[in-house]
Design a protein around this ligand. Structure first.
Ligand SMILES: [Zn+2]
Length: 318
């Protein structure tokens, strides 16, 4: 199960006991997951469609709770791309009108023709209803990436105006989503870990909040460990690079003149370096007899490297 599916599975089980919130959640589902079917002389039929049967059950529960349906809705199943199915819940014309009116989504133009309109402000006036609206919108068209990867949540809506509307609803709840266009559709998205956590909280997906926060903690721990490891690697790398430069210098002296040509103090250090190419200067100093501090070792090492640099290539013995 993807993280999106997990979140939706939790959302559809949230008890919906406030009438105002049930209406708001349903309005978002109507906006994001329905279409009007106009055919024959029976007037339009409001049809909800989704690939998620649990979401369809949720819609049915909300419709019934609102008392908007009296006729038995029809369930249609369409097969799509192999095993995927599209579930469609079709309401009778009378129920469609009642449901849309109840959600404040049916208006009349000057000729008295009924038309579909965005949910009235009334529907999302209270903050409890705004949260329910965001939940419905997520069930209809929401996606949230697995928190083990990048942080990303989005709603893909039919057009930019709808994305802006949802952006405003989220904004009233303190979440600043960004809107972009994708192939003519409006996409509202959130990209920060804190925002996603907040989104799950406000939709009341508390189990998902827990698992999101656990993943987030694990990820930040891992990032911390990797940073620490890379830092160690960096030091070790510098140490090895310095060590190999010194080793090369000493080998050059050894080839050209032999290490025996060096003053005893330098010769000892040179032999020790060849034996322990990975050791730090501090460690080399402790191995010397008598021991020598880091700066002393550094000084002698510099003299060795300088000696090698002063020797031309022609000095190297064949
Ligand atoms: Zn409410």
């Amino acid at each position: 199960m993807s993280f999106t599916q997990e979140v939706k599975a939790e959302l559809v089980g949230i008890p919906q006991d406030r009438e105002c919130c049930a209406r708001a959640e349903l309005a978002a589902l109507t906006r994001g997951a329905s279409f009007l079917n106009v055919s024959g002389g029976r007037g339009f039929s409001l049809r909800y469609r989704t690939e998620n049967p649990a979401v369809l059950r949720r819609i049915l529960v909300l419709l019934k709770a609102g008392g908007a349906i009296e006729d038995k809705p029809r369930l249609l199943v369409q097969r799509r791309f192999g095993s995927r199915r599209l579930y469609i819940l079709a309401l009778s014309h009378a129920d469609s009108r009642r449901a849309l009116k109840d959600q404040g989504m049916l208006a009349e133009d000057e000729q008295g023709e009924e038309m579909f309109r965005p949910p009235s402000r009334q529907v999302t006036r209270r903050s409890c209803c705004r949260r329910a609206y965001v939940r419905g919108a997520f069930l209809a068209s929401g996606f949230i990436a697995d928190p083990r990867g990048r942080y990303h949540a989005e709603w893909v809506l039919p057009d930019e105006a709808q994305a802006r509307h949802l952006q405003r609803v989220l904004g009233h709840l303190g979440l600043m989503g960004r809107v972009s266009q994708r192939r003519g559709q409006g996409v509202l998205y959130l990209k920060e870990g804190d925002e996603l956590s907040e989104l799950l909280k406000l939709m009341e997906a508390f189990r998902a909040v827990m698992s999101f926060e656990n993943q987030r903690a694990e990820k930040s721990l891992k990032a911390h460990a990797i940073r620490a490891f890379n830092c160690d690697q960096g030091n070790l790398g510098r140490q090895l690079a310095a060590g190999s430069l010194q080793t090369a210098a000493i080998e050059k002296i050894s080839l050209a003149r032999g290490l025996g040509s060096l003053p005893r103090a330098l010769e000892n250090l040179a032999r020790l370096r060849l034996a322990r190419p990975e050791a730090s200067l501090e460690e080399l100093g402790k191995m010397l007899i008598p021991p020598l501090g880091k700066s002393g070792v550094q000084h002698r090492m510099r003299r060795l490297v300088q000696l090698a640099e002063d020797m031309g290539d022609e000095d190297v013995r064949e």
